[in-house]
Design a protein around this ligand. Sequence first.
Ligand SMILES: Cc1cc2nc3c(=O)[nH]c(=O)nc-3n(C[C@H](O)[C@H](O)[C@H](O)COP(=O)(O)O)c2cc1C
Length: 364
Amino acid sequence: MANETLFSPVNLGTHELPNRIVMAPMTRLRAPGSMPNALMAQYYAQRASAGLIVTECVMVSDTSAAYMNAPGIYADEFIEGWRLVTDAVHEAGGKIFIQLWHSGRVAHVSLMPGGQAPLAPSEISGVGELHTPTGKHPMSMPRAITADEIRGLTKAFGKAADRARKAGFDGVEIHGAFGYLIDQFLRDGSNKRVDLYGGSLENRARFLLGVITAVQQSFGQDVGVKLSPASRAHGMSDSRTEGTFAEVLGLLNEADLAYVHMMEPLQGDEIPSLLLSDTVAFARRHYSGTLIANGGFSPTSADTLVTEGGADLVSFGQAFLANPDLPARIRSGEQLAFPDFSKVYGIPGQPMEDGYTNYPSLGA
Ligand SMILES: Cc1cc2nc3c(=O)[nH]c(=O)nc-3n(C[C@H](O)[C@H](O)[C@H](O)COP(=O)(O)O)c2cc1C
């Protein structure tokens, strides 16, 4: 057997997982009307041999308006769609956490309800373009939301978690990474507020900590947080990145989480920085709980990291796209299949299963 350490069981929150291979959250844009469906259930069930699946990011509000056909959980009507997904994964023997998400300023007016401005900590736009019904456009200038609205969004995360519990999820991952709303609050490049939610790190982390508490009402110890401190995705910056995230991790030490999911930046996305050149090691130094490492791992480098104690689990994103039975391939040392990147995201009008559920398992 290859990569043996990855196949030792591990406790995560209230769960015991049979292996340390996590399927990283991946947006696939195959939920017309934001409604989860049977095809998505099939896709996740195919990947149920992961020790843990984390779903693609899921909208906690219809103002989380970055991507067409991203799934939602911002109303009760979504519960039955997600029930298809959780039932299918459980029947296949897996465990699945839902990634709860608000995109904040990563949004376009044409995707926002009533064409309103996107919501953000401060009136500073995100960097990059988004697909809209009329083609690709730069992100719209956001509006700085009020403290009352922040409390409303905190509650929206809590209500989404309550629905996720009713839909049968095993836990929640809070999306605090990649330049979305929680990340926008944490960093001083995007948060210029002078109220209780801006200024000191304690204030900038208030939204994240409030969201954790709100989600824990439904999920207790089965709540994780994903962070990507060394990534400047969507225009993120901070005047003291290391200090900021060392303090964030310090606060998370007190939060009784199932895990922190630490993402290394994607190539070309890195904030130049010595200390953060190895973000997982940085997280291990500052966070004392269960750590999931992510970003660019091969089966061998993942196994070595866990064997040497650098992380407790490793998540794989791209490797799960074309290898639904990734753990079996990691175990046998088999060559991994390569995905067709032109089909990663669903394209309206084209067969949704193509490049999604039609990658075979070994021996299938
Ligand atoms: C197609 C695709 C969609 C992604 N969508 C999300 C997402 O919804 N939420 C998230 O936290 N990360 C998302 N990511 C990032 C992955 O979770 C992961 O952090 C990244 O791919 C690095 O891991 P890897 O090198 O194993 O692929 C996405 C990545 C890919 C390739």
